[in-house]
Ligand binder design. Sequence first.
Ligand code: HEM
Length: 506
Amino acid sequence: MSPLTIYATPLVLLLVFIYIARATLLRPKQLQNDRKLPPGPPSLPILGHLHLLGNLPHRKLQTLAKKYGPIMSLRLGHVPAIVVSSPEAAQLFLKTHDAVFSNRPKFQATELMSYGSQGVATTEYGPYWRNIRKLCTLELFSPSKIESYAPLRREEVGLLVESLKRSAVAHQVVDLSKITSDLIETITFKMILGRSKDDKFDMKGLIQEVGRLAGAFNIADYVPLLGVIDLQGLTRAMKKTSKDMDEMLEKIMEEHEQDPSRQKEHHKNFVDKLLSLLHQTISPHDEEIQVIDKTHIKAIMLDLIVAAFETTAATLDWAFSELLKNPRVMKKLQQELTNVVGMSKVVEETDIPKLNYLDMVVKETYRLHPVAPFLIAHESMEDITINGYYINKKSRIIVNAWAIGRDPKIWSENVEEFYPERFINNNIDLKGHDFELIPFGSGRRGCPGMMLGLMSVKYTIAQFVHCFNWELPNGMNSKHLDMNEKFGLSIPRVNHLLALPIYRLV
Ligand code: HEM
């Protein structure tokens, strides 16, 4: 036994004892009063229901919701949580009572790595969030801004097509997961930071580490007394990553400030825009004057990159996985591309609105693989009663978009099948109005980057599927392609997707 273990064990026992004593003596108000909580499974002392979550909590919570219903009550350590698993219930939380549930809970990861939760996605509901979100919408997500990035997407996807053509000639299997993740990395960095990856910093490595740490199950968030001793080593890792990340973001800001060409309006990218607002009020007309400083700018940049990168890359990974697993769908999509674009041309973004089957393929990808299966956690800002159930202020709201997408009562018995045609005769879209399909969330905290992300997703799928036929390596039967997923900040594939490109245009 190591000396560390010898000292740590009595300490853990002492902390556990204090925790039980506190929990017993200071019983939460909700338990003293006779208020009806939503149903839920029996819980353990201290852990509550943490032990039930497993490695793939979206699947475990789906199973539990079948027994306890679409509004289910859990306790994750000391945190009361409500799990929402039907479109009707999601509508209640994200639309009808949106104003009560628009807060974000604080996590150790966002506190340590997002500058005290000061980014867009991590910050609490209030004037600061409202102003920053308004600014991002105007400067990054407006239709004209999305269009202004079309040349960037065209160039980066074009370079990849050329490289894939070379692989095709050499009969070389490519790592599609890596290729698409590198592509999204480049596009995201150029859009938000105005620069591509370079040797100076390992931006992707750092962002992936932030994603890994933020997505890890951190006992400190649920049993704070145990968090003090940092048994998992996460606090240490977060502090280190946050320091490295800070150095990188500082240098990036410095470079922007020192480049005089950046002062010209048409050269400005998102960081320049944020820097031009330094020490100014974001919105002088709002009820609370907010002056933006460098810490805010770093938190906003980081939040946007993390929100954009993993989600978009994981979507592409699952879309290509499903297309390779379902050759019928791949052929039908190629047929649509042949008809609309023609075999002698590559896809342009202006073709995208005409590609109806592509639209259905993307929706079906999100139905089966909402890459943020629980959206981003929401938190109630006041006590409220919904459907006769009492919900405490500061309850964590977990919307299981993954379970909703796989509910046979909504999607019929072929729910596990990748079948884009299910969208032919309905108007279900991804905008958050149809609670059967909410991979981008809904309401005030719904994803503001949806249209920007969808453009990269659709354009990349269309170009790759139009330019190439794709085969699995070593003649693998499509039925044998593994679809194992891992849970984190998003749910990517466990194993990278490998495939052989064969050029198909004339
Ligand atoms: C294309 C794939 C994407 C998916 C599937 C996705 C999904 C989501 C989801 C589920 C949420 C949480 C919604 C909620 O809590 O109700 C969210 C929030 C957010 N997303 Fe996205 N997203 C994507 C792309 C992007 C991109 C490209 C950006 C920015 C460049 C972005 C920026 C954000 C931000 C800033 C938030 C936080 C909004 C807030 O808290 O007010 N997302 N996204």
